[in-house]
Design a protein around this ligand. Structure first.
Ligand code: SF4
Length: 402
């Protein structure tokens, strides 16, 4: 979303945005701090552009989480909390004056100019989170929980509907903890779904421990037909002893309660979770517990990440798991997950209903839509983004329906 805000702000100020960095006078790289692997790729990209002599601005969470000034002392930087000030950094950099704006001076990222990609709007509702997971460096970049005003969020959605947006992704580091002076996540959802218009909202990452205190109200709010029946609850491990080492603040049983209650209300709901494999001090038995947990709870999709070392985190100081063991554990869990995903999708063969068309895949010449459970459906075209079409599911792969 930071890219959309920086792009929208610059466009409003009269800058021209170009697709290709060859044509650009200045390139802004919006950099992510979540994974070491991503950082390595990003550093490679910085080097490439620097060697070409491009004027560069390093933006996003990475400049907040890592001291980039040590490696790139001549480059401008702007942190994720300062995106509203992008014009200053760009103007100065174009004039040959390095500018660094970092720090936690927070501004709600709502009702700001944004560039729009198709009919989907990423709607960040809060920044930061109240947890201290052992492996997380995003927390350093984003800080504590900072909810944006519910009134402004609803206003931005109302205005976006007029512009033709049909799908909103309600995001944040930990959305279940949203609390704007007593307006909690279920209240926010009710306010949004109370708006007139044909649209869907997708609720983003929810920490299981934050879901439990609001679970009944949240399920009620999900009953609105504008809410995708889609639950993204990162669990990170299926072993209680591992969860303690990760400082995750929830147990496997608590996750199971969340899923059981939601599935009882919405049996066809799509459940996503995230698992970290090979976190420092993860034993063979703890990994085996995670595999059994996934087999038992059967999520529809699992985002598996091999643990990557992040500077200054508690996990960085723990005993690291050897990379060949991490690779092997990732392979084992991926195999299990692939089979589960295929089984989950096969249940939809023969289903008839409507899907909202999201995007065109030019490389494959197909369209992608989503049904009410946020299942990805590959469509024969031609279609228009934002259109609602009738479908019958003919085939299922592990990643999508056709
Ligand atoms: S919940 Fe944990 S992993 Fe997620 S942002 Fe907060 S500290 Fe990081």
């Amino acid at each position: 979303m930071d890219s959309q805000i920086m792009g929208g702000t610059l466009k409003q100020k009269g800058y021209e945005l170009v697709e290709n960095d060859e044509k650009a006078d200045l390139v802004i790289l919006n950099l992510c701090s979540v994974k070491q692997k991503t950082e390595n790729k990003e550093r490679h990209r910085i080097e490439q552009l620097r060697n070409k002599g491009k004027k560069l601005v390093l933006a996003g969470c990475l400049p907040e989480a890592v001291n980039l000034g040590k490696d790139y002392p001549e480059l401008s930087q702007i942190g994720t909390n300062r995106v509203a000030e992008i014009e200053t950094v760009v103007d100065n950099t174009l004039a040959g004056e390095k500018t660094v704006l970092l720090g936690k001076s927070k501004t709600p990222k709502v009702l700001m100019p944004k560039i729009q990609n198709g009919t989907i709007r990423i709607m960040e509702v809060q920044s930061g989170c109240g947890y201290f997971c052992s492996f997380c460096s995003t927390k350093f970049a984003k800080g504590g929980q900072y909810p944006y005003p519910a009134r402004d969020i609803v206003k931005e959605i109302e205005l976006s509907l007029v512009e033709g947006v049909r799908e909103f992704w309600i995001t944040g580091q930990e959305v279940a903890g949203y609390n704007d002076n007593g307006i909690l996540l279920p209240d926010l959802i009710n306010k949004i779904t109370g708006l007139q218009g044909d649209f869907f909202i997708r609720i983003g990452m929810l920490h299981p421990a934050s879901v439990l205190p609001i679970i009944d109200e949240l399920i009620e709010a999900y009953k609105n037909e504008k809410v995708f029946k889609f639950l993204h609850v990162p669990q990170q491990s299926g072993s209680n002893s591992m969860l303690k080492k990760m400082n995750r603040k929830n147990s496997t049983d608590e996750y199971k309660i969340v899923i059981k209650k939601f599935k009882a209300a919405f049996p066809e709901m799509t459940v996503w979770t995230d698992i970290i494999v090979g976190h420092p001090a993860e034993t063979e038995e703890e990994f085996a517990e995670t595999v059994r947990f996934i087999e038992e709870t059967r999520p529809d999709f699992v985002n598996i990440s091999a643990y990557g070392w992040r500077p200054n985190t508690p996990a960085a100081k723990m005993k690291q798991v050897a990379s060949d063991i991490k690779k092997e554990r990732t392979r084992i869990l991926s195999r299990v997950v692939k089979d589960l995903m295929l089984e989950s999708n096969q249940k939809w063969i023969g289903w008839k209903g409507t899907v909202l068309v999201d995007e065109y895949k030019p490389d494959k010449g197909t369209w992608l839509g989503r049904n009410y459970a946020y299942k990805p459906v590959v469509l024969r075209g031609p279609h228009l983004a934002g259109e609602v079409v009738e479908v019958e599911i003919a085939r299922a792969e592990d990643t999508h329906l056709e």
